[in-house]
Write a protein that binds this ligand. Structure first.
Ligand SMILES: C[S@@+](CC[C@H](N)C(=O)[O-])C[C@H]1O[C@@H](n2cnc3c(N)ncnc32)[C@H](O)[C@@H]1O
Length: 335
C-alpha cells in the first residue's frame, strides 16, 4: 500500500514533536490533574483531541495537542507508528479523522441551508472539540458547548493558557461569533433549561452536533435526548448531526458503550425527525481521500448488507459507525 492511501504522507511516523508550551510545567500540571481526577468518560475527550492533533495534516486544529495532553498524544503516536511499520490497512485514528471531517462539512452545509439569519450550533458532549477555533463557517453562529462542569472548566483554563502563550505564529483566534460553555449532564431533565438560561433561543435555526456521545448513554437517556431535540424541531428549521454505533460495535466494550441503533434511518422518524440520511465511513461523502484501499475494514463492511451482523469471510462482528444527518421543520398548518 502506498503511504498516501492512509493519508499519512505528511505525518512523521517516527518522531513525535511536542511543543515547548505542551511540555511546560503549567500544562503538564493541568494534565496531571486531569489524569488523576477524571473518569474514562471524560478522558475520552482527550483521546479524541489526540486523534485530531496527530492527524493535523488533515485537520487543522490549533489547540488539539494542548487539549489532548502528552500522555494521550504519546499513546496514539505509538499505535500509529506500529500500524505504519506493519503496513496495516487501517492506521489508528483514521476513523476519527474521517468522522471529524464529515461533521465539519455537514455543519457547513447545514448552516448554508439556513440562508443567513441568526443561527445557533449546539455541541452536546463538546469535550475538547475546538471547532470554534477551527471553522470559519461558524462566523455567524452562536455556539453552545455542553459537557460536565469540571471538563468545561479545565478546557477554559487550558485555552486561556494557550491564548496567553507568546506564540506569534499560532495566535489563537475565535472563529465562531460567540462560544458559551454550559455545564450540564445531558442525562438530567434540566439540561435544556440550563442551555436556555445560557442564551440558547428555542425557535432560532439550530444545528445540533452529537459527535462521539450517544453511545456512552443508556438507551433511555439517548432516546430522551433525541426526543428533546426533536421537540425543538417543531419550532424552526433544525439539523441534527450524530454518529450512531450499530449493535456489534457496542460489543467492543460492554462497559463503555450502551446505546446503539442498527437502523437510525428507521428510529429517527419515529422521534420526529425527517430527511434522514445515513452514511458509513468510506462512503463517497465520508472518505475524504483516506479510504482508497478496497480491502480496508470500512470498504469491506460497506459492501455487505447492513442487516448482516457477522462478516461471512472471517466470522468477525460487523462493527459499523453510522454518520447521520436528519432535519426537522415546523409542521405546515393548512389554513
Ligand atoms: C468522546 S468525547 C467526544 C467529545 C467531542 N464531541 C468531540 O468530538 O471532540 C465524549 C464527550 O461526551 C461527554 N459526555 C459524556 N456523557 C455526558 C453527559 N451525560 N452529559 C454531558 N456530557 C457528557 C464527555 O465528558 C466527553 O467530553
Amino acid at each position: 500500500m502506498l503511504p498516501e492511501e492512509n493519508g499519512t504522507e505528511e505525518m512523521n511516523m517516527f518522531e513525535l514533536k511536542l511543543s515547548d508550551f505542551l511540555l511546560s510545567d503549567t500544562v503538564r500540571a493541568l494534565h496531571a490533574s486531569i489524569n488523576e481526577e477524571w473518569d474514562s468518560l471524560q478522558l475520552s475527550a482527550c483521546q479524541t483531541a489526540a486523534g485530531r492533533a496527530l492527524w493535523k495534516h488533515i485537520i487543522h486544529d490549533p489547540v488539539a495537542d494542548i487539549l489532548a495532553g502528552e500522555k494521550y498524544l504519546r499513546n496514539l503516536h505509538e499505535k500509529i507508528k506500529k500500524d505504519k511499520l506493519s503496513n496495516a490497512r487501517e492506521i489508528s485514528g483514521v476513523i476519527l479523522a474521517v468522522r471529524t471531517l464529515w461533521f465539519d462539512s455537514n455543519i457547513e452545509s447545514a448552516l448554508n441551508s439556513f440562508n443567513c439569519g441568526e443561527n445557533q450550533v449546539v455541541l452536546l458532549g463538546a469535550g475538547m472539540d475546538a471547532r470554534t477555533y477551527r471553522l470559519s463557517c461558524l462566523k455567524e453562529s452562536n455556539v453552545f458547548e455542553v459537557d460536565f462542569p469540571k471538563l468545561l472548566q479545565m478546557k477554559a483554563t487550558l485555552l486561556q493558557a494557550a491564548a496567553g502563550f507568546n506564540n506569534e505564529n499560532q495566535k489563537l483566534t475565535l472563529k465562531a461569533k460567540s462560544v458559551t460553555r454550559v455545564a450540564a449532564d445531558i442525562r438530567d431533565d434540566d439540561w435544556l433549561e440550563k442551555l436556555q438560561k445560557s442564551g440558547f433561543i428555542p425557535g432560532r435555526k439550530t444545528v445540533w452536533v452529537l459527535e462521539g456521545i450517544l453511545y456512552y448513554l443508556s438507551h433511555i437517556d439517548a432516546v430522551q435526548v433525541l426526543k428533546t431535540i426533536a421537540a425543538d424541531c417543531t419550532l424552526t428549521h433544525t439539523v441534527l448531526l450524530a454518529d450512531f454505533m450499530n449493535k456489534s460495535s457496542t460489543t467492543l466494550s460492554h462497559s463503555t458503550f450502551h446505546f446503539y441503533s442498527d437502523w437510525p434511518d428507521h428510529l429517527l422518524p419515529t422521534l420526529g425527525f425527517s430527511d434522514v440520511k445515513v452514511s458509513q465511513i468510506g462512503d463517497p461523502d465520508a472518505h475524504f481521500g483516506l479510504m482508497h484501499d478496497p480491502l480496508n475494514l470500512f470498504n469491506r463492511l460497506r459492501n455487505l448488507p447492513r442487516s448482516i451482523q457477522t462478516h461471512p469471510d472471517d466470522g468477525t462482528p460487523c462493527c459499523r459507525l453510522y454518520l447521520v444527518k436528519a432535519s426537522g421543520f415546523p409542521q405546515q398548518t393548512i389554513p
